[in-house]
Ligand binder design. Structure first.
Ligand SMILES: [Zn+2]
Length: 105
């Protein structure tokens, strides 16, 4: 998180809706996640849920995924500039933070 621009860190740290969670998936049982219900655009949960399987990816790919998810949270799952596709927007913003999607996970 320290790799993110200061204004992004401050945005997250000043919003009580922002949090980071590690999923608790158990094979055959599923997983649980407690989070605020979605609200009006821009007011929903900003919870970033990270999967344990990231520990099996390359560090570069894991950092990219985490930055991509942070970008979604920063953009409140919305577009970025002229990029209306939320996945492309998150990728583009993460890339400006120095986390480009690697070719191989
Ligand atoms: Zn995404």
């Amino acid at each position: 998180m320290r790799s993110l621009p200061e204004h992004v860190q401050q945005d997250f740290l000043s919003d009580p809706r922002f949090r980071i969670s590690i999923d608790n998936y158990v094979a055959g049982q599923g997983w649980t996640l407690w989070m605020a219900t979605p609200g009006p655009p821009g007011n929903g949960s900003r919870c970033v849920v990270l999967r344990l399987k990231l520990t099996y990816c390359s560090e570069q790919f894991a950092n990219y995924v985490i930055a991509h998810e942070f970008a979604h949270a920063f953009l409140r799952n919305g577009p970025w500039g002229d990029i209306s596709d939320v996945e492309e927007a998150a990728d583009a913003l993460a890339a400006t933070w120095g986390f480009v999607r690697p070719a191989d996970p």
